[in-house]
Design a protein around this ligand. Structure first.
Ligand code: MG
Length: 270
């Protein structure tokens, strides 16, 4: 063993001790498991660039607007739907949703302020996420692109140039009303504009109106999505929507309460 110098042996011994110690720490720690019997999350193929996830409802794939009322009034050209004559409304009604759409304001810049590349997505036909050419085009901030119209400006202006395709990814939690028609849970909207967070779970104050302050009026749990025609030939493509539901464990007890309870039992006794 003479040829094994302490230079070689020392590091080996040190790493052995480290391995033993870290193992014993791992043995001392007990893994926490909540014991809540969650249902298994469904498998969804997330698709890819320009493709909808496998559980999405495709509202426009570049061919026709058959999923929309008044769709025949818009122009379909080169895989895009161009706003014309009137607004359009989905034939299907929706409540809580994730909505993806792509839009482009006209390449030929005309008008200014609210008159340039104006359209809008109306969730439940009542709550507008503004579409506007806000590239070097000033208007009131709670009316620019990605604002919740007359309620919240976007956190930042992530608008691309006129004519360039832009994305909105919207997460919408519909408001809930009690039997008396009062709001029991306000609506919330989160928006990513071109991948940039611009509305962070913003609490809706009611419908977004042009001529009066926001106000809630009780409505059904599901309603169509509208896209506005505001006189400008704004283009759209790749529109899809996913309905979502909270994942609930079979027991009715609130998950938050159950986890809090478990936390108490873990606390050391005094
Ligand atoms: Mg608008």
């Amino acid at each position: 063993m003479r040829f094994l110098s302490s230079k070689v042996l020392k590091p080996i011994a040190a790493s052995l001790i480290t391995a033993l110690l870290s193992n014993s720490v791992a043995f001392a720690q007990k893994e926490f498991k909540s014991g809540i019997e969650w249902p298994e999350p469904k498998v969804v193929n997330p698709g890819g660039a320009g493709l909808a996830p496998s559980d999405a409802i495709v509202l426009f794939d570049g061919k026709d607007l058959s999923q929309w009322k008044n769709g025949e009034k818009w122009i379909i050209k080169d895989g895009a739907a161009i706003a014309s004559k009137s607004g359009i409304s989905t034939k299907q009604a929706f409540g809580d949703i994730q909505l993806h759409l792509e839009w482009a304001s006209p390449e030929k810049v005309e008008g200014n302020g609210q008159g340039r590349g104006n359209s809008g997505v109306y969730l439940m036909g009542k709550y507008e996420v503004q579409i506007l050419d806000s590239f070097e085009n000033k208007t009131y901030f709670d009316g620019q692109a990605a604002s919740i119209y007359k309620q919240y400006p976007p956190l930042v202006n992530a608008c691309r140039k006129p004519g360039e395709w832009q994305t909105y990814d919207i997460i919408f939690n519909a408001p809930r009303f009690d039997k008396e028609g009062k709001v029991s849970k306000p609506g919330h909207i989160t928006v990513l504009h071109n991948g940039v967070l611009v509305q962070n779970h913003s609490e809706l104050q009611g419908g977004t109106m042009y001529d009066r302050p926001p106000e809630y009026k009780a409505h059904p749990d599901k309603l169509p999505i509208d896209i506005q025609f505001h006189g400008n030939p704004v283009k759209f493509r790749n529109i899809w929507v996913r309905e979502f539901k909270e994942l609930l464990p079979p027991e009715k007890a609130s998950v938050a309460n159950k986890l809090k309870e478990l936390n108490k039992t873990q606390e050391p006794k005094k």
